[in-house]
Design a protein around this ligand. Structure first.
Ligand SMILES: [Zn+2]
Length: 481
């Protein structure tokens, strides 16, 4: 999952140009700061790993086992024991391989677990202007399917772990990394769900870090924020259906299912779910305000207070990006009905797709929808059941740790707690009782999100910055509870 959609009111700067000019790869300096030999080595290795992973087309059809094997080979060569670098796949899905690696610590606290999905969305060569399954360097950018979602992060995490191993670091707690299958496609072979169900001992942890969630946003070349994603909305779909005996279209009646369904959908179009701010979204708006100006800034401060300002809520509800953080949403996504040009319809159906704030149940959403549709002849059935996942506690010590590591490299960047509107593998780990946080410092342009799209890319500056960040954060989080 990678979604980049946020509105920030700021002017352009020269930083984009400058950062692309200083993103020279083999140079021992980057972004104006000198790199240590260890950082140069880790970044070079991360790039080799990224190149190798991109060349393995781990789409849903091809699976992830090849990529998991490539990682296992590197780990064994680096001195990890075979029992600490296990390749595991469901018997029915041998192509959906997962690689779980453990760097042993002193056992002073429960382990920390990193989640890194290895699968990528399909990319067709004819749609791209560069080869999708080859790492191409061009003008300070690295192109290839998965560079931002999330083989770039996979490479950064693996390089960090290999660097710790190389340096002989023994952390206070074990560091586990699960490189997993089928995040994008989901389903029975989802690696995180499967590992938790079948190999809980191998992945059990006090805390989960998922670099697929959270986001590091930049705009006009300026780094703005690093997200700490604590929660995500639940995906839930209903089918609204009206049936009737039908008849000849020359003898119309007002009971026509298309009319009844249309009237119900018209009510839904005008309806908004009640505002539901969470611990995370309250802090999000309070901090996000510092990136805004004028009325938007004042409104964000006003909604983060108790009670939130009604006028501010009304204004923020008018923007899609802020509205989806304020409430559950349900929208019609598909419609069909009728069976012949000259017949009264016997059936009309619509799909209602909902994204539900954590803490609200499917039953609660169903009951509200039934009231809104306001017609007992419209039957409302669950089409896709939700997988509820709780909000992970907004840990102040974690926020402080992330802030410290981020500010060491980018002092101007704001740390934003986030609730994602989309879904990620963290839903599996949160549901299993593991507090999970999406944290990613691979800065991506908010106006040019290419995850899942054509010519997916990351800047070399963003990549080398994330390699350093990932190592530093891994060190901090694995030393002490
Ligand atoms: Zn992803």
């Amino acid at each position: 999952m990678k979604r980049r959609n946020i509105r920030i009111h700021r002017g352009a700067t020269l930083a984009a140009l400058v950062s692309s000019l200083v993103g020279l790869w083999a140079s021992p300096t980057w972004a104006g700061a000198a790199m240590t030999d260890a950082e140069v080595k880790a970044t070079t290795q991360a790039r080799e790993i990224l190149s190798e992973l991109i060349e393995i087309p781990s789409t849903h059809i091809n699976g992830t086992t090849m990529a998991a094997k490539a990682i296992q080979k590197r780990l064994l060569a680096a001195g990890f024991a075979a029992s600490d670098a296990q390749l595991l796949a469901p018997a029915d899905y041998p192509q959906s391989g997962n690689l779980v690696v453990r760097l042993h610590g002193r056992g002073k606290a429960k382990p920390i677990l990193y989640l890194c999905h290895l699968d990528v969305v399909e990319a067709k060569a004819e749609d791209w202007t560069r080869a999708p399954f080859k790492l191409t360097e061009e003008d300070g950018w690295l192109y290839g399917r998965g560079t931002i979602d999330m083989k770039g992060q996979d490479a950064a995490v693996l390089a960090a772990l290999l660097r710790l191993k190389r340096e002989g670091v023994v952390p206070d707690r074990d560091i586990i990394v699960a490189f997993t299958a089928d995040e994008e496609a989901g389903g029975d072979a989802n690696g995180v769900g499967w590992l938790i169900a079948h190999h809980r001992d191998l992945v059990d942890a006090e805390m989960v870090i998922n670099p697929d969630g959270g986001e590091a946003g930049m705009k006009n070349g300026r780094r703005l924020y690093v997200g700490v994603e604590t929660s995500e909305k639940m995906f839930l779909s209903f089918q609204a259906e009206v049936t009737d005996k039908g008849g000849h279209s020359s003898r119309p009646t007002p009971d026509n299912p298309i009319y009844r369904l249309s009237a119900g959908l018209d009510h839904l179009a005008k309806f908004q779910f009640p505002v539901h701010l969470t611990d995370t979204t309250k802090v999000y708006f309070a901090r996000r305000a510092s990136l805004e100006t004028g009325e938007a800034k004042a409104d964000m401060i006003a909604v983060s207070q108790t009670p939130p300002s009604e006028a501010a809520l009304t204004r923020l509800s008018q923007s899609v990006e802020t509205n989806i953080l304020l409430r559950t949403t349900c929208t019609a996504t598909q419609i069909d009905g009728g069976h012949a040009e000259n017949a009264l319809p016997q059936r009309a159906r619509a799909t209602l797709q909902c994204r539900v704030i954590p803490g609200e149940s499917a039953e609660y959403v169903h009951d509200i929808l039934a009231k809104v549709l306001a017609d007992p002849t419209i039957k409302l059935n669950v089409l896709t059941a939700g997988r509820p996942s709780p909000e992970s506690p907004l840990s102040s010590s974690l926020l402080a740790a992330v802030e410290k590591v981020v500010h060491a490299q980018w002092p101007e960047v704001v740390i934003l707690p986030q609730m994602a509107a989309g879904a990620s593998d963290s839903a599996y780990s949160r549901t299993a009782g593991l507090p999970s946080y999406g944290i990613d410092a691979m800065f991506d342009d908010l106006d040019d999100g290419r995850a899942h799209g054509r010519d997916e890319r990351i800047s070399m500056t963003a990549f080398s910055g994330d390699v350093k960040f990932t190592y530093e954060l891994m060190r901090v989080l694995s030393s002490g509870p």
